[in-house]
Unconditional design. Structure first.
Length: 196
């Protein structure tokens, strides 16, 4: 919903997803590719980059060895960026956007405070927005659920989009699941299974 409702992603647009190998990232790749967008992602290893390309990303950028700003500028800039990193990524995202580009901030793993030269936002007509589900009204959540049912469920039913499950652990092995998460080696979601 952040990508299409807030970000307004259209077919043919260049879409950059930070955290492409995360649960949100793997879903965003598939949804955007299914809707005809050109999908670019950042990920922290060559293996994760390969997994993102296999899911439909046109280009995966290993942020440890490449500068996503340079890559996106060479492509003409991103029309839309979905970011969960925040912090020092914000000014870099602004540089990576095309004129009239949009940035949707959904988390801030590097922190919520940052310094930004807002003149770039104004002169290049950029849009920066943010969203989180929890504080939204019941009516807003219902509208999101209706949009998901209308737009996403058919893609799931057809198999064009599928959840990416890295691994499953029984609830009693939650510590092992957390260790897998902390290792940063996973692609997609880590699932805790409850017996019964």
């Amino acid at each position: 919903t952040n990508v299409f409702m807030r970000g307004g992603l259209q077919a043919g647009e260049r879409f950059l997803v930070h955290g492409g190998s995360s649960g949100i990232g793997t879903t965003a790749i598939q949804l955007a590719a299914a809707r005809g967008a050109r999908v670019f992602v950042t990920a922290g290893s060559d293996d994760k980059c390969a997994a993102c390309v296999a899911l439909g990303a046109e280009r995966a950028i290993n942020y440890r060895t490449e500068d996503f700003v340079q890559v996106m500028q060479a492509e003409g800039g991103a029309n839309l960026i979905l970011d969960m990193v925040g912090g020092e990524y914000l000014p870099r995202n602004v540089r990576a956007l095309a004129d009239d580009g949009r940035l949707v901030q959904i988390a801030f793993l590097q922190g919520p405070k940052v310094e930004l030269n807002f003149a770039q936002v104004m002169t290049r007509r950029l849009t920066i927005t943010g969203s989180t589900l929890r504080p939204q009204s019941v009516a807003a959540k219902a509208a999101i659920a209706e949009a998901l049912e209308r737009e996403v469920w058919p893609l799931l039913a057809s198999g064009r989009v599928a959840p990416v499950i890295d691994s499953e652990f029984p609830l009693e092995d939650a510590a092992a699941a957390h260790a897998r998460l902390e290792s940063s080696g996973h692609v997609g979601k880590i699932v805790l299974k409850v017996a019964g």
